[in-house]
Design a protein around this ligand. Structure first.
Ligand SMILES: *Cc1c(COP(=O)(O)O)cnc(C)c1O
Length: 388
């Protein structure tokens, strides 16, 4: 196999941890019963495994087992939360509030609801990527039925003040949803303390499998109403039909367990690598950090570089470093990142951006190599541009 570049795209997805694979293997092999089969031991085995996994995931966010709805990932969880609330609350009102820097999996369902007659306010963010909470408060109206604000951003890594956002929503009696796909296992989450009614989760950003996630749905104080978006056999208390994927769910729980046991030590280690990388890169002139310096994920560094062509930069880096500019989903399109645009960047500066996602398996040596190579590449691209 060819020598592959150093993987620094941890916000797009992560390698499955070998301990996760070990936990999951028996459910790919020996325990294959349908967890909905009540009449025999094959069903009981997988039912028990799912119950255990559900408990782990519920505990991780201080929720009850019955409040966890397994889905195919955070995209589906966001769709269920947003469309499910819209459908269940439309007699109360048709106004939804979200934010310009959300993941496409929140923005697109909201835009879809606009075509059905809902009104959506996409709040701007401050230059540091954080929401102006007094603006949020002022934007809530009597007919507002949902506020959806992500916990941690997948491009610039900023962590919103979800606890305050939750309490604003609670005071105004508006359902509060948060997309916590990037936050789970990286910062402590507590749906009670944060006053969250709906929370989207996914496994593959924390060394679990792709194709599994969950939606937390509050059942008391208050009980959140939700219209199911997938009908069928009535699994997940009717909120999400379809046979549960036992191996992925077992893997999800194992991934959560691992992430929580090493949350603080990993954050410290990744932050140190991230700060080192930023310190090295900021020796260059005309380099800007995107997103708040302090209120951000430990493994995230997102920078914009003046005086280079964004496409040329990514091309020049790709033999040594696997990363993206903006999100994985938007990097295939030619449009600059909507998140960086929301920070006030021009199209060309937004394109000349790099998102470094440092993860569990990255080492100090790798980050040193990446720093050296990135600096060298930017210098030579700038030299080439200025000489022609
Ligand atoms: C990755 C991601 C998603 C999509 O999750 P999937 O499980 O891949 O559907 C949604 N929101 C955020 C913030 C993400 O980082």
């Amino acid at each position: 196999m060819v020598d592959r570049p150093i993987y620094l795209d941890g916000h797009a997805t992560t390698k499955v941890d070998s301990r996760v694979i070990s936990a999951m293997m028996p459910y790919l092999d020996n325990y294959y019963g349908n967890p909905s089969s009540n009449a025999h031991v094959y069903g009981w085995e997988t039912q028990a495994a799912i119950k255990q996994a559900r408990e782990v995931i519920a505990n991780a966010i201080n929720a009850e087992e019955t409040e966890i709805i397994f889905t195919s990932g955070a995209t589906e969880a966001n769709n269920l939360a947003i469309k499910g609330v819209a459908e269940a609350y439309f007699s109360k009102g048709k106004h939804i509030i979200t934010c310009q820097t959300e993941h496409r999996a929140v923005i697109e369902p909201c835009e879809y609801l606009e075509t059905l007659g809902f009104e959506v306010t996409f709040l701007p963010v401050k230059q540091n990527g954080l929401l102006d909470l007094s603006l949020l408060e002022k934007t809530i109206r009597p007919d507002t039925i949902l506020v959806s604000i992500m916990t941690a951003n997948n491009e610039i890594g900023v962590i919103q003040d979800i606890e305050k956002i939750g309490s604003i929503c609670k005071a105004k009696e508006v359902v509060c949803h948060t997309d916590a796909a990037q936050a789970l296992g990286k910062i402590p989450l507590d749906v009670q303390k944060m006053n969250i009614d709906l929370m989207s989760l996914t496994a593959h950003k924390i060394y679990g499998m792709k194709g599994v996630g969950a939606l937390y749905v509050r059942r008391k104080n208050p009980r959140v109403k939700l219209a199911s978006q997938i009908q069928g056999g009535g699994q997940e208390r009717g909120f999400r039909s379809g046979t549960l994927c036992t191996p992925q769910i077992v893997a999800f729980a194992q991934a959560v367990k691992l992430a929580l046991t090493q949350l603080e030590t990993e954050n410290q280690r990744q932050k140190q690598l991230r700060d080192y990388l930023w310190q090295r890169l900021s020796e260059l002139s005309r380099i800007y950090l995107n997103g708040d310096f302090h209120q951000r994920l430990a493994g995230n560094l997102n920078i914009s570089i003046e005086g280079v062509n964004g496409a040329a930069l990514l091309l020049a880096l790709q033999s040594k470093v696997a990363l993206s500019s903006g999100s994985a989903c938007s990097s295939t399109s030619t449009k600059p990142s909507h998140v960086l645009k929301a920070l006030g960047h021009s199209d060309s500066l937004a394109r000349a951006s790099l998102r470094f996602g440092i993860g569990r398996f990255n080492t100090q040596e790798e980050i040193e190599e990446v720093a050296d190579f990135t600096i060298k590449t930017i210098n030579s691209l700038r030299l080439a541009t200025s000489s022609c």
